[in-house]
Design a binder for this molecule. Sequence first.
Ligand SMILES: [Ca+2]
Ligand SMILES: [Ca+2]
Ligand SMILES: [Ca+2]
Ligand SMILES: [Ca+2]
Length: 305
Amino acid sequence: MTQRLKALAALSARLLVTALVTVLPKAQAASITAFSTDFNVGAPAEISGVTTTESVQGFSGAGNGANVFSGSFLRNITGGNPTGTAGSPTVLTLAGLPVHTSIDLRFLLAIIDSWDGSDVGSGVNQPDYFNVKVDGIHVFRETIDHEDLSVGTYTNPAPGVLIAWGNRFDAGVEQNDIGFDMGLEPAFLGITHTSSTLTVEWFADGAGWQGDFFGTAPTDETWAIDNIAVVLNGVVAGGAAPEPTTLALVGAALFGIAATRRLRPAAAIDAGTGCCAAGRGLAGHARPLHRTLPSRSRSSSVAPT
Ligand SMILES: [Ca+2]
Ligand SMILES: [Ca+2]
Ligand SMILES: [Ca+2]
Ligand SMILES: [Ca+2]
């Protein structure tokens, strides 16, 4: 591209953002997608830490509407050797965000193979926690049982969250896998956030975390994420201008303004405990049962390892 064309493209991006922000009525806040990735061509530059991508295998097509696992996802197999060693995080870092009042964090989550949950029997190889931190503070920390969710703290996903169940990955290893659409999980909706920078960390840990325990394929218990999107809520006309480096990104995002209406009250991070959003702590859940998993005996030939 010639210098003249590059300059023209940059000018167009600036005019687009200016025009779209300007047309928003002063009192009307909008929601915009500030970042998204499907990992189908690898991890973008905004992702650091563990960035390995690979085929979604049998998770392909699982999801809600067009928001489905496809192509590749980012898979994190770290930690667990020896058992209890925390996994290394996968990190998303954004900067130059326009003024906003909260964020929605959307992603598809694959819980792969023998996650042992917590609080059952002898507690061998437990607990296994899946964690998400926003700017260093937990918004999600739950133990997950890969067989039927029955012995973890995450036993009762909200409607639509559960999108896959069965041996979807490493099918040669008889271990059940579970998929979640975390874009519908209340813990990730309306997270209070106003900074122009954002850091999100995904990682696994816990005294029973085995991760890449064997040091070779197949791994013991791993996780993967696909279709990440960060939605900024409460973006208003007259807010601080984005950094030049994010103009094109935000401009593209504004094309997709959905004027998302807030369906749920804003979640709150408990500064005292550092955990968790929207009342989802480690205690039991009071919500009625939403999930519809097939019944499954835990005494099957596929004992958690
Ligand atoms: Ca993908
Ligand atoms: Ca295990
Ligand atoms: Ca474990
Ligand atoms: Ca599996």
